[in-house]
Structure formats: C-alpha cells, structure tokens
Design a protein. Structure first.
Length: 271
C-alpha cells in the first residue's frame, strides 16, 4: 500500500483545513469538512477489507451505502490537522445498510467523525441529485457573513442581491444565489434536513448567527465559494453605515451574466 499521507486528496485536505484556520473561519474545534472519494482513489492507500471499527450514525444514509468520505473529527482543531492527520481526520465508508460509518483509516485516538456528519450526508445526497460531479460539503464560521445576518434581512433574495452588488465576482461565483436559514440548534436532525432542502437549488446555505455550508466539486471550489461570499459580506459590513453613492445595478449585473453565460437565479434581478 502507498502512504496515504501522500495521496492527493489527503494533501489537499490538510492544506485546506490549515488555510481555513488561518482565515479565522474555524476557531477552536469549530467547522467540519466531508470529501466524497471514489473507490479507485482510495484503493492504493488502504485495505478496504480492514474495517478498524464501525460507528452507528443514528441516521439512515442508504443512498450513500458503499461511498467513501474523508471527514474531519469531532472536537478536533483544524490547526492541528497538519501536525497529526491520523488523529484529526478519518476515512470512512458508509455501511451496506446505510446506518453506520466504517472507519478504514484515522481517528487514531479513538475519536469519531464530526457531529455534523448526518447533516453533511443529507446535503451530499441532495447535491448529488443536482450535480453528479459534487464532492464536498464544507462548514465554517466566516465573521463577516455572520455579522451580516445580524444587521441585514435574511430574506434569501435580498441577502443574495446585496452580496452580488458588493463585488463583481459574487454573481460570477455563485449565480445560483445564497439560501439562508434562521438560527436553529446545531447538530440536530432538524437543521440537517433544513440545510439539505436549501441545498437543492444553491451551493451556499448561510446559518444565521452561526456559519455557512458550502458545496462544491472539489475542495478548491468549495473554499473559493465561501471565500467569495465572505469577501462580499466584508465589503457590505464596511459600507453598510455609509451613504452609498455608487453600486452595481441590476442592469449591469444582467449584462455581466449575459456576457459570461451565467445561469442566474430566476427572479433575483429586476431586469
């Protein structure tokens, strides 16, 4: 077997978690990531017949039975992933009945997957229906997006429209818009189901006064999606209290969308 720490998916996961912590998005042990992997990707690095232990999930993920995921661990600090990946990450396979996570590598201290795993899996199932190339669910706490949910309407159209107006790249990176949930208790089936429902037509779901869920085809895309939304929110928080003398109009946003061939969320531009 090859050294799993040299696997491209492992190298990128370590880089991503390290960068997210450096951005200030994942204080202490907050935040979590799950990366869907194909069997041919993991086969050179692990013995797929050697299940270290099986952890009941308390959730039925039968549509994902047999799927592999590299996930962050519960209670783990993103800043420590680079120093001890085997302790802070785990490679799991969803059991045949969809009710357990089979640990194939990692969680070396006896730990387990993130407490948000059921919410991740629900969102993975929804995003795979929308995009067969979907691979990543990423959750973190970008400060400006959180701040924005305190002072801006959390109506999805209004929230999206404001972000689109903050910098040109926003509508380019998330033309599908941003969906928003009001504050809910985290780590519950209820917030998982609500988030998954919101993932059906957008790759960003903001949890008001809490954080963000981002989905993508790879770690770079998911990180960049959140990074761009956070930049838009940062600009908004810097200017929200000031008179706005200039902005990007809906006519200009439509012209940009048409020029780039963007499939912009229906009804979100008034032109």
């Amino acid at each position: 077997m090859k050294d799993i720490l040299t696997a491209p998916f492992m190298v990128e996961m370590i880089r991503t978690t390290t960068n997210m912590y450096a951005q200030g998005w994942d204080e202490r042990n907050s935040g979590n990531i799950s990366l869907l992997l194909y069997e041919e990707e993991v086969a050179p690095y692990i013995d797929r017949d050697n299940v270290i232990r099986s952890i009941p999930m308390g959730f039925d993920a039968k549509p994902l039975a047999g799927c592999y995921f590299l996930v962050t661990g519960t209670g783990k600090y993103f800043k420590n992933v680079q120093y001890d990946p085997a302790k802070n990450l785990g490679l799991i396979r969803i059991s045949a009945d969809g009710c357990s996570a089979e640990v194939l590598w990692g969680f070396s201290d006896g730990g387990k997957y993130t407490s948000e795993l059921p919410a991740h899996l629900m969102s993975h199932m929804v995003r795979l229906k929308a995009d067969k190339e979907h691979r990543v669910i990423m959750h973190c706490h970008p400060a400006n997006l959180l701040a924005m949910t305190y002072v801006h309407s959390i109506d999805e159209k209004e929230f999206t429209h404001t972000l689109w107006q903050m910098c040109t790249e926003c509508i380019m990176i998330f033309p599908d818009g941003v969906n928003v949930l009001p504050w809910m208790v985290c780590g519950t089936t209820e917030i998982g189901e609500a988030s998954a429902a919101k993932m059906s037509n957008a790759r960003i779901v903001v949890w008001a006064q809490h954080g963000i869920y981002g989905a993508g085809r790879d770690l770079d895309e998911s990180f960049g999606l959140i990074e761009t939304a956070e930049k838009g929110a940062e600009i908004y928080m810097k200017i929200a209290h000031l008179p706005r003398l200039n902005t990007i109009s809906d006519k200009q946003l439509r012209a940009l969308a048409d020029h780039l061939g963007l499939n912009v969320r229906e009804g979100y531009l008034e032109v």
